[in-house]
Write a protein that binds this ligand. Structure first.
Ligand code: CO8
Length: 379
């Protein structure tokens, strides 16, 4: 009987993290942005004076920290982002025969996760690349990652913006539960720097690059004593244009829109803040209730890392009081918003102190809108 129950237990048996080597502090970012503003305003002085275009305003470190809690970010390429005449990462294209940069960082994080799970690639039979932006439509990034690691079985890509990791976790758990896979790796290679309008003062500070990976399998096959049972998953989506990116394969069919601002990330940050906080608090609260878990038993919330104030408010709504420093760990001060990877970085770095039987929630939220809640218990 116990064995039969164990066979239905699905666990996270390892997580992995790849962090790019280059960082950009707010001071460096603001300096190069403000140099760009000066250049732009000087080059367009006549049109600005004639009222044809508006002068650009400088950014400020104080605003960034106060509005978001972000202090720095990691990027694949720093020099291109900080060049005021470019403000875009410089990432050379590679031959088809060479692994793509997104798969390369994905593979690094999968290796880290497999080492923690004490698994070899031969023991994995599915790869889900779940993230906001794929480097190309096909062949799927997941199949390239699978090939690079020598994993059998299958791989596919999925995109639910910032919620991709939790949606991937549900897909992985369902596959293991149904028996269609034995061990699934979910990987979140986020190269947000490539989709960010670094020229836009409202959002130039928000994102960073990183890759995270998660190994999902049955409890009975797990070799890691630090495994976390997935007690339940809950996903929600609700259409909104408040976070949007119109980049896509049809762009070339209307020349007038090529290179326009709407082909990169843009948002109405205030509206997102106001609308997503209650949605997420309600998702976590109702999910806990449906799993018959008292909120007092919730030891940790590994939340999506977009905005410090947002996380504090969500935690407060769920707990009914202010969270203490360890209950809702923050990594966005160092990493910025890394889209789907944020909650997984928090889980990766801030779970070792919890005891057997402790319960926590991994929760993502973002464009779509989309939100995902994954309740886990340390075995
Ligand atoms: N420096 C100085 N001043 C600034 C700056 C700046 N950099 N930027 C704006 N200001 C000014 C504004 O112009 C405004 O001035 P005024 O009052 O005169 O109009 C004032 O500061 C206040 O501006 P805001 O109202 O915009 O400031 P907020 O306090 O709302 O803070 C935030 C802005 C930080 C964006 C905040 O609204 C926020 O974090 N909201 C939540 C957003 C969120 O969580 N979004 C999730 C998006 S991520 C996602 O879904 C993944 C997408 C896929 C990833 C793609 C990768 C690129």
């Amino acid at each position: 009987m116990t064995q039969a129950r164990d066979a239905r237990k699905v666990v996270i048996s390892g997580t992995g993290l790849y962090t790019p080597q280059e960082t950009i502090s707010n001071a460096e970012l603001v300096k190069s942005f403000n140099a760009y503003v000066e250049l732009f305003n000087a080059e367009n002085a006549a049109d600005i004076a004639a009222g044809k275009i508006e002068a650009l305003s400088p950014s400020s470190e104080e605003f960034i920290v106060k509005a978001s809690g972000i202090e720095s970010r990691y990027v694949i390429n720093k020099s291109g982002v900080l060049d005021p005449k470019r403000l875009c990462p410089s990432i050379p294209e590679r031959d088809d025969e060479v692994i793509s940069v997104q798969s390369e960082i994905a593979v690094a994080s999968v290796r880290d996760a497999l080492a923690q799970a004490r698994k070899s690639p031969e023991e994995v039979d599915a790869v889900i690349v779940a993230c906001s932006n794929m480097q190309r439509p096909y062949p799927a990034m997941a199949i390239e990652v699978q090939n690079a690691l020598g994993i059998k079985g299958y791989g596919y890509d999925m995109n639910v913006a910032c919620s991709s990791a939790t949606f991937g976790l549900q897909a992985a758990r369902d596959a293991v539960l149904s028996g269609s896979a034995q061990c699934v790796v979910v990987v979140n290679p986020e190269i947000c720097s490539g989709h960010l309008a670094w020229q836009d003062r409202d959002c130039h500070f928000i994102f960073g690059d990183v890759s995270t990976a998660i190994v999902v399998e049955r409890a009975e096959t797990s070799k890691n004593p630090d495994a976390w049972e997935i007690l339940g998953t809950r996903l929600q989506t609700q259409f909104s244009n408040n976070i949007r990116n119109n980049f896509g394969f049809l762009n070339r069919c209307d020349e007038s829109g090529i290179g326009a601002r709407d082909k990169l990330f843009r948002q109405n940050g205030r509206k997102v803040f106001k609308e997503v906080v209650p949605m997420v608090a309600e998702l976590i609260t109702s999910h806990l209730s449906d799993e018959s878990i008292d909120v007092a038993a919730l030891k940790r919330m590994w939340l999506h890392q977009a905005n410090l104030g947002m996380n504090q408010l969500i935690s407060k709504k769920v707990l009914g009081r202010d969270p203490d420093a360890v209950e809702a760990p923050v990594i966005l001060n160092e990493y910025a918003n890394t889209s789907s990877a944020g909650s997984i970085i928090a889980f990766h770095k801030h779970r070792q102190d919890l005891a057997s039987g402790d319960i926590g929630v991994i929760c993502s939220f973002g464009a779509g809108y989309s939100a995902g809640s994954v309740i886990v218990k340390r075995l």
